[in-house]
Design a protein around this ligand. Structure first.
Ligand code: OGA
Ligand code: NI
Length: 356
């Protein structure tokens, strides 16, 4: 490692302030990771904790109207909170193009990437970040990410996105939005509440966040984490991953971790905290984490389906019928979201904020 990258302040300066990111760090051919990225032993994924005999369910969604499909989705949402969907109708090429665009962005020279740091970004619709929340993370995460914010006006907003990602993300969104609507419909129906309509769509899926996450090759993959233990603060997350692997989901009622083995063409769906809150715990927003790789750069493209910032989130009336006690109070989504980013990843702690 270059001498200067031993000092924590120099690492922060190089990675965060100068916008080189972990990609830049990885490109210095360092032989070991800076201390800021080293997790304490209890936060490293112990291979003996990996439950190899379990996997998350794969659901064929070629027939959305089939009650079996809806049943499988609601069951998975209530149990593991994670499932993969196949036969969703998105052409493989569209998926491949998005992953390729993610690689292309992070392979751009740093002078190009740096244009999208918050302080340089031409528009609030695009932002380059590193780690989770680097100024408050107790241990830095071995990842960089480019955020595309989509509020329904993204055709306009995308003018400011990088050339390498604009068309690919818009095309991907065109295909995924109807799937998101269908998933939310099924999940809301499972709560006996209003299905997605024009009025609640603009609230519940009013802010889609499409990230290009880049996990560079890491010289100490056992010591670093790509993403620490957390649950998502979305309603649902739709994740496209490549074939490298590394996403692990907490086993229900156990201490183990289940690997989300990549399936070509599949999309990984998980329930986020907002749906756990709206459903008063009927649906589970399950803890998950990402490991890093010693030989391969990994990309993933999550779409976080978030409500608009001023949406008020709480258990829907239907889940409280018959005198069921609410577990959560009403919270303004932006408060919840800001709380999540005001601290490092800490498992399932965020949801405590919304508890009564
Ligand atoms: C996340 C996340 C998983 C992955 O960004 O919240 O869990 O595989 N990502 O990148
Ligand atoms: Ni996540």
């Amino acid at each position: 490692m270059s001498e200067s990258l031993i000092e924590p302040q120099n690492v922060i300066d190089f990675v965060v302030n100068k916008g080189n990111g972990v990609k830049g760090l990885s490109q210095t051919n360092l032989k070991s990771i800076p201390e800021l990225y080293i997790n304490p032993p209890e936060e490293r994924l112990d291979p003996t904790q990996v439950v190899t005999q379990k996997s998350i369910p794969t659901i064929d969604v070629s027939k959305w109207d089939d009650p079996e499909t809806a049943d499988s989705i609601c069951r998975a949402a209530a149990q593991l909170g994670f499932f993969q969907i196949i036969n969703h109708g998105i052409p493989l090429e569209v998926l491949e193009n998005v992953k390729k665009a993610a690689h292309e962005f992070f392979e751009l020279p740093v002078e190009e990437r740096r244009k999208y740091l918050k302080e340089n970004s031409p528009s609030p619709t695009v932002e380059l970040m590193t780690s989770h929340s680097p100024l408050v993370d107790t241990v830095l995460e071995w990842k960089d990410y480019l955020i595309h914010y989509c509020d329904g006006q993204e055709i306009e907003g995308s003018k400011f996105w990088p050339h390498v990602s604009r068309d690919q993300v818009l095309e991907y969104l065109k295909w995924t939005k109807p799937i998101i609507r269908k998933l939310l419909n099924v999940l809301l129906k499972g709560l006996n509440t209003d299905e997605i309509n024009e009025a609640n769509e603009s609230i519940l899926m009013g802010k889609l966040v499409v990230d290009f996450i880049y996990y560079p090759v890491c010289p100490d993959p056992d010591l670093a984490a790509g993403v620490g233990r957390h649950s998502d603060v979305s309603l649902i997350t739709v994740l496209l991953q490549d074939d490298v692997g590394g996403l692990y989901v907490r086993e229900p009622e156990g201490n183990g971790w289940i690997h989300v083995t990549p399936v070509q063409g599949a999309l990984v769906i998980n329930i986020g905290d907002v749906l756990q809150i709206m459903s008063n715990d009927k649906y589970k927003s399950i803890e998950h984490r990402v490991t890093v790789n010693g030989t391969k750069n990994r990309v993933s493209v999550p779409i976080f389906v978030n409500p608009v910032p001023n949406a008020v989130i709480g258990p829907v009336p239907e889940v409280l019928e018959g005198g069921v006690k609410p577990i959560y109070k009403q919270v303004v989504y932006s408060d919840y979201f800001n709380y999540f980013f005001s601290k490092g990843h800490d498992g399932k702690e965020t949801i405590e904020y919304a508890k009564i």
